[in-house]
Design a binder for this molecule. Sequence first.
Ligand SMILES: [Zn+2]
Length: 298
Amino acid sequence: MISKHLLALGILGITGQLAFPVMAQDNLPRLMPDDLFRRNIGTQGQLDTPFEPHHIIDNIYYVGTQSLASFLITTDAGHILVNSCFERNVPTIRNSVEQLGFDFNDIEIIIGSHEHGDHMQGDALAKEISGAEVIVMAEQVPGLAHMRPGDKPHPIDQVIIDGDQVILGNESLTAHLTPGHSDGCTSWELTVSEGGRDYKVVIICSVGVNPNYQLWNNPERPGIVEQYEYSYAKLRGISADIPLGSHPTMYRLEEKFALIGGETNPFIDPEGYLYEIDINEQAMRLRLEEQRIAAESE
Ligand SMILES: [Zn+2]
């Protein structure tokens, strides 16, 4: 199936925005962008209800809500917070950090998945409380300029580019620009170890298509389809052992949470990583085809 996708990427790469026949995906359920969006966001209540904070692997912990993921990565020189979520979620995240026995004030660096309110709106408040530095991807900057909860400007202490590393103490995360969902969508890669083995972790930014996205002939984002294609290929090239994501359903947290404490760490799931890319690519192509047909019948 993956090779079929790579072939598909090749075809579209040559023909640009030409019509692309949606291929039969033998073992993928036919989920549309709206299905995946609903899967990610959940209910209004889930956005704000904490998910039980827990240890994922090595120095990575979950401190987010039922539908908005936030991760604490601990180091010998303080901690890194990935995703402050909505500003109203910051007290919940802080509670979760403390429940795990860590101090929110020890957070030294705040980074985020992408420049949408549900992942990075809380940066200003989280920085105010912890004094952490906010490090952002260059392509996130324009979107973040509009993110002003309570009219506070979005804090930016350092701007990085694709491939840069964020280093704190003994930890380093690689920032991969994986655009499409947004121009500054960033997937974070780090290596952890457990039981004498190393594992590659990728916090997938999102390769999802929101219900209102125009893929076919979008004058504001003419390269949006190519951005998604670039990101599928780039993420597949990383071959992660442990997928995480900006929404916990992107890596089936609930299911895996129930298996914590078993023989193997349930978060080790390389197939789940590829599935998340495949299912989103299929949805993107179905939507693109839908929009192409609609445009041509006008
Ligand atoms: Zn988003």
